[in-house]
Ligand binder design. Structure first.
Ligand code: FES
Length: 327
């Protein structure tokens, strides 16, 4: 495929209509890269321990990710227009009727699934820029969805549709990753990977886990949940409320100075101060390297009730014994 000339990108970053026209013209020249994109995504989704993945029924010109269904539990969306435009989430197989946009969608009464249950969202677009800024079709559906999404966001497109800069609005939630036929790359280098979590930007970070390798976590996420999502069969027999110590870990690096009163009390009671930390009482931060001390495999026990997203009981923070008092 030589001799294909593609239109130059616009220069006016305030003119979204011109950027959409550019993206549509480029898209018309780009071959179908679905196979290569899916191969890259498959590796990536495994590496982050994804199970439930919000995907999309591809429009003409979009990389088709349907082949991921089966290995991962894909969800799809239905666009609703009243009382305000929004997307609802549904089982992949429920998409049986054509939408006004030309792809299959679930029928109006299809059972909805919660956004909070999604590990990774694959985002379609006309184009992305290298920061992960998304150029949508103008309906604003994903703009309304993403501020409430706490998982990993991946923009999916062809390499030719990744621009240096696209128009960006204040409410935009850039994708943390971009998937093209060349691979899945972070939208910023290093570990400073932005994701939109509960309407604010946080980072995706790496936690080293002995025996399991690297896992991806959100800064501020409960460590016990990050471990579990990353494929670690950590125990949490009390449901993450600092009553059991089965979620215990030891730190090689990055042990937080902060400790909840509930953790302090439980570790003191069990004579574990200085020997272990409770992963249900710890928020993930960059530079952590941990060893899970009790797993389902090592004990033969069931993990226990799922911990809540936020630390329980309501944290009362203090400094752990032995921590430096500097900063
Ligand atoms: S103390 Fe029970 S799960 Fe953390």
């Amino acid at each position: 495929m030589t001799g294909v000339t593609r239109p130059d990108p616009p220069t006016d970053l305030s003119d979204k209509a011109a950027w959409r026209a550019w993206a549509r013209a480029v898209r018309a020249e780009v071959p179908d890269v679905s196979g290569a994109v899916v191969a890259c995504l498959r590796v990536f989704l495994r590496s982050v321990g994804a199970r439930r993945v919000l995907a999309y029924r591809a429009l003409p010109g979009e990389p088709d990710v349907a082949a991921l269904h089966g290995e991962f539990e894909l969800l799809t969306t239905r666009a609703r227009f009243r009382p305000a435009p929004r997307l609802t989430l549904h089982a992949w197989e429920s998409a049986t009727e054509p939408s006004r946009f030309g792809a299959l969608q679930p029928p109006p009464g299809a059972p909805e699934l919660p956004l909070s249950s999604v590990d990774v969202a694959l985002l379609p677009a006309l184009a992305f820029d290298v920061r992960g800024v998304r150029l949508g079709y103008g309906g604003g559906f994903y703009d309304r969805l993403l501020p409430d999404f706490a998982g990993v966001t991946v923009g999916v497109t062809a390499r030719a549709l990744v621009a240096a800069r696209l128009p960006r609005d204040p409410h935009d939630c850039p994708a943390a990753w971009l998937a093209t036929e060349d691979g899945v790359t972070a939208t910023l280098s290093g570990e400073e990977r932005p994701v939109c979590h509960a309407g604010r930007m946080t980072q995706t970070i790496t936690v080293q886990v002995e025996g399991f390798g690297e896992i991806q976590a959100r800064s501020g996420e409960r460590l016990v949940l990050a471990l579990e999502r990353g494929g670690v069969d950590i125990l949490h027999r009390c449901g993450g409320v600092a009553r059991c110590t089965t979620c215990r870990v030891s730190f090689q690096e990055g042990e937080p100075s902060a400790m909840t009163a509930a953790e302090f009390d439980k570790l003191t009671e069990k004579n574990l101060i200085g020997q272990a930390r409770l992963s249900c009482q710890i928020e993930c931060a960059p530079g952590m390297s941990v060893t899970p001390l009790q797993t389902a495999r090592s004990t033969g026990l069931e993990p226990g009730k799922a911990p809540a997203e936020e630390i329980e009981p309501e944290p009362v923070w203090s400094t752990r014994p032995g921590a430096s008092t500097e900063g």
